[in-house]
Design a protein around this ligand. Structure first.
Ligand code: SF4
Length: 425
């Protein structure tokens, strides 16, 4: 095995004793025999991040793979894989190679001719780089690269309905874990704040030529407060985009999901009735009213915690049980100075609210928190791997208890949420 000589420049120091303070990957795999090791790998890699050896980067072929420009100068301007895929089809989002906590990241290296995930010089598992769809190399008639119009994961493609979140307009209102606006990146008023219908239409027509490549689409974007009623412009944006996307399908409803701000019942009815949308997600991000106010102040200033929950319940009545999810950025509940300090208390808190949501038919999903440079929470740390596995099991068991299908975000459609991935065993 050839270890990389240069490692990513770190902006926060590693706690050299972190491995003594928590159970590691191999201990957790033994401790939870009912949890797929692939799911545990997915969690831990997202939690700790990765870096690449020169040999691993040599395996990256821009003609085949999706390539990102890394944050770190150490790669000397070379692209890095957009993300990783495990043998069982589990995706690991390692966007921007920027996740940093006080733990050292995994290494992607080449060992015995295979591209592998390595920790402490021990091979953990084989990985693949995400392949790109054919439309990525094409441009629209306006000259826009199609890869900028529609993004792609292995299973599904995604449309950014808008490129700006209005919460960042009010100082202090951006979500504290979010890297979009904290670094001063603002697109409001720019020509590309909203998607371009012509670009989207042309890219969709190109995309569907790759038969069997994708099983669905997700549309998302920043929160848009403006409009005749709060968030009405955001709603109109999704309706317009869905009508363009839906124009390539022969059926009225097509496999699709919107992940947006929580809309009112009237807005949700418009979204359902005026488009072919089949599923809907709106994320509370954190399952406690006080932490929600502190961590997501823009959301809380516009929609109270209880009102957000009510809108999720309304969405279940409109889209149906199994077609509505509400999620959290798991780990931010420990952010200092106002977060929890006990993992047991956090599990209790998260599972209590998860049960309340599920009892109304709302599906559960959690993302593993990437500590993103440029976010307000950049210097924070994530909880233990044990915590994440407990949460994953807890969410999954609640879904089973309330008979909520995982179909809308399963590994064939999304695969990003560890608790949903448990459905495969
Ligand atoms: S709603 Fe929060 S997480 Fe989403 S883009 Fe806006 S600030 Fe970021």
């Amino acid at each position: 095995m050839v270890m990389t000589k240069s490692k990513p420049e770190r902006r926060i120091e590693i706690d050299l004793d972190w491995r003594k303070k928590e159970e590691g990957f191999h201990e957790i795999v033994k401790k939870y025999p009912g949890v797929s090791p692939f799911v545990i790998i997915q969690i831990d890699v997202q939690r700790r991040g990765v870096h690449y050896s020169a040999e691993a980067l040599g395996r990256l072929d821009p003609a085949i793979h999706q390539v990102n420009k890394p944050h770190f100068a150490v790669y000397e301007g070379r692209g890095v894989p957009t993300s990783l895929l495990l043998r069982d089809g589990t995706s690991i989002i390692v966007s921007e190679t920027s996740t940093q906590t006080r733990r050292d990241p995994y290494l992607i290296d080449v060992v015995d001719g295979k591209t592998v995930l390595v920790d402490e010089e021990r091979v953990i598992e084989e990985v693949e780089y995400w392949e790109k769809p054919k439309f990525f190399d094409k441009t629209t008639s306006r000259g826009t690269p199609m890869r900028q119009v529609i993004d792609a994961r292995p299973q599904r493609y995604s449309v950014s309905m808008s490129n700006y979140c209005h919460f960042w307009t009010t100082p202090g209102h951006g979500c504290k874990y979010c890297g979009i606006g904290a670094g001063g990146v603002k697109f409001r008023g720019a020509g590309d704040e909203r998607f371009n219908a012509q670009d989207l239409s042309e890219t969709m027509r190109e995309l569907v030529k790759e038969k069997g490549r994708f099983v669905g689409v997700i549309l998302t974007g920043g929160s848009i407060i403006s409009g005749a009623e709060p968030f009405e412009d955001e709603l109109d944006g999704y309706i317009d985009a869905l009508q363009v996307v839906g124009s390539v399908f022969k059926t009225r409803r097509f496999p699709s999901q919107v992940n947006s701000t929580a809309f009112t019942r009237r807005q949700l009815e418009r979204l359902y009735n005026e488009t072919g949308l089949s599923s809907y997600t709106t994320d509370l991000e954190v399952f406690d009213a006080d932490l929600y106010k502190w961590i997501c102040p823009g959301k809380a200033a516009n929609i109270s915690f209880n009102e957000w929950k009510q809108r999720l319940y309304d969405a279940v009545e409109i889209f149906g049980k199994g077609q509505v999810n509400g999620g959290i950025v798991s780990g931010v509940e420990f952010a200092t100075p106002h977060g929890l300090t006990s993992e047991d208390e956090a599990i209790e808190m998260d599972l209590a609210l998860a049960e309340e949501l599920a009892s109304h038919g709302v599906g559960l999903k959690h993302d593993v928190w990437h500590v993103v440079p440029g976010s307000i929470f950049f210097r924070q740390n994530t909880p233990s791997l044990d915590y994440y596995v407990r949460l994953t099991k807890g969410f999954y068991e609640i879904l089973r208890k309330y008979g909520i299908s995982t179909y809308m975000d399963n590994y064939r459609k999304c695969g990003m949420h560890p608790n949903v991935n448990l459905d495969r065993i």
